[in-house]
Design a protein around this ligand. Structure first.
Ligand code: DUC
Ligand code: ZN
Ligand code: ZN
Ligand code: ZN
Length: 490
């Protein structure tokens, strides 16, 4: 038999175990797992010697904003589908799920989806799915859920409890949850109390407090905990409809989520690298640099970081996504994070687009933490690949290394130990492949990086042999099924 690609001499890590075996790939699929070294001389078009480096399933990042029209009123995405997905594969991520945003003035979800397909199609380096971002839960929109699921392969929605342009009232949230439940569609919720943070923002502005660091003051942790609690309460009213709380940053919110899970409610939660690696002090940088770390919810304090790590370890958080939501710091007119004007010489936190880039740094930063004992390697794979694939109906095509079943999406890391070529690197924006003019993680050390990224059997990233060697357009739209987790709650 001849294979397209063999990966020999690697130490494979899945959510279930760590073991040395060889992987054979044919026609875009993993077709065989065999004892380590046994395929070293196999008949294959290409053989990669992993040199005892770890081999993991390709990363699955299900919270990525690319090329969305200005939804929050300010800022233009600094990455397109092309540049964002190029950045993804260079960081070991082989599948993303982006957002198709429906504006408040737009009655149809299907129309919003079609508009996003036009931006993404033919432009992606990695495989991708789409969530519907519901800005207007009109009767028409909610009547389209069946078609979304059965025809379009879209099985999840995102709704907001904040942002004037998107914020839903509680009764609207209930309508969305009820409709979603009927079709076993998963609802993602951005839980911050929008009315209160708008009021706090006016208070700060009235006191002439405009600097980036006041972004954190305007969004204290209790706003997130309150809205998280409310979202959980609303989901319980609809016979415990499963929900996913996105980008959780606050220990109080985390405790509430854990309590609901302990009580048997189907509550899922996501966190992001910014809540593990940044604090609010990073928004107090020199000059206006603090704007580079402005995202919502804002990074919190050191103790909160510890609580979020604990929540990852103990399973409160099902997934870890990047929430890549990029805006240039200072490039061109639109989308700038610097909003310094004559009237506002220290800028104006209220005008800073909320969101940071991180699609490429997510896996290396969190993987490196495992060598510091923060997260086991199996847990790393679970929260960055396997669980996102299960949660969003991509499993077992994505998120694992199952012979005969899984797509051949694989990341090969550098061998650990002496002569660790490529290890102990310092992140700089210059080495990244997005189009954004900064990274909030500039200067941070990482202990490893994807050496090769393989997408459906093709090497698309070869760090020592050309860098990005994949092509735009090779990435395919993936129709998703019903969340694996919801099958338990039918
Ligand atoms: N929410 C997100 O999910 N991404 C960036 C901005 C925001 O508030
Ligand atoms: Zn194909
Ligand atoms: Zn959000
Ligand atoms: Zn987001």
């Amino acid at each position: 038999d001849s294979f397209d690609l063999v990966i020999t001499n690697g130490i494979c890590v899945t959510a279930g175990d760590i073991a040395p075996y060889d992987i054979a790939i044919k026609d875009e699929k993993i077709v065989l797992l065999a004892p380590s070294g046994s395929l070293a001389d196999a008949n294959a078009t290409r053989i990669i010697d992993a040199e005892r480096g770890y081999v993991t399933p390709g990363g699955v990042d299900c919270h990525v904003h690319l090329q969305e029209p200005a939804m929050f009123g300010k800022g233009t995405s600094s990455d397109t589908y092309e540049t964002g997905t190029r950045s993804a594969i260079a960081g070991g991520c082989t599948t993303i799920v982006g957002f198709a945003p429906q504006q408040k003035t737009e009655p149809s979800l299907l129309a919003a989806l079609a508009a996003t397909h036009l931006r993404a199609r033919g432009n992606s380096y990695c495989d991708y799915g789409l969530h519907l971002l519901v800005g207007n839960p009109s009767p028409q929109a909610l009547s389209e859920l069946a078609a979304l699921r059965d025809t379009e392969g879209v099985t999840s929605l995102k709704i907001y409890m904040t942002y004037a342009a998107l914020q839903l009232r509680d009764d609207q949230i209930l309508s969305v949850l009820l409709a979603a439940r009927g079709h076993r569609i998963l609802t993602m919720i951005h839980a911050e109390n929008g009315d209160v943070l708008t009021w706090l923002t006016s208070q700060l502005e009235a006191a002439s407090l405009f600097a980036p660091k006041y972004h954190a003051t305007s969004r204290p942790p209790i706003l997130e905990a309150e809205a998280t609690n409310r979202a959980i309460a609303l989901s319980s009213l609809i016979a415990n409809t499963p929900i996913l709380l996105v980008h959780v940053s606050d220990p109080g919110a985390t405790l509430r989520i854990r309590a609901a899970q302990t009580a048997g409610q189907p509550i899922f939660a996501e966190t992001c690298p910014q809540y593990l690696f940044l604090t609010r002090d990073d928004m107090d940088g020199p000059g206006f640099e603090g704007a580079k770390c402005v995202c919502s919810p804002p990074p919190r304090d050191k103790e909160s970081q510890e609580a979020i790590w604990t929540g990852l370890r103990n399973g409160t958080f099902t997934i870890l996504s990047s929430d890549h939501c990029p805006f240039d710091y200072d490039d061109g007119e639109s989308g700038k994070k610097t909003c310094i004007t004559e009237d506002f010489p220290v800028g104006r936190f209220k005008e800073i687009p909320n969101g940071i880039p991180g699609i490429e740094t997510r896996l290396p930063m969190v993987f490196s933490s495992s060598s510091e004992g923060r997260l086991s390697l199996t847990k790393f794979v679970e929260v960055t690949s396997t669980n996102p694939a299960k949660l969003y109906g991509l499993y077992p095509k994505k998120g694992s290394l199952i012979a005969g079943v899984s797509d051949a999406d694989v990341v090969i890391w550098y061998p650990e130990g002496k002569d660790r070529k490529g290890l102990d690197m310092t992140i700089t924006n210059g080495m990244l492949h997005h189009a954004t003019d900064y990274t909030p993680f500039e200067g941070r050390k990482v202990g490893n990086w994807p050496r090769w990224t393989v997408l459906r059997g093709r090497v698309v990233w070869d760090r020592d042999g050309g860098g990005v060697v994949g092509e735009k357009g090779y990435g395919e739209f993936v129709k998703r099924g019903i969340t694996s987790y919801m099958l338990e709650f039918s």
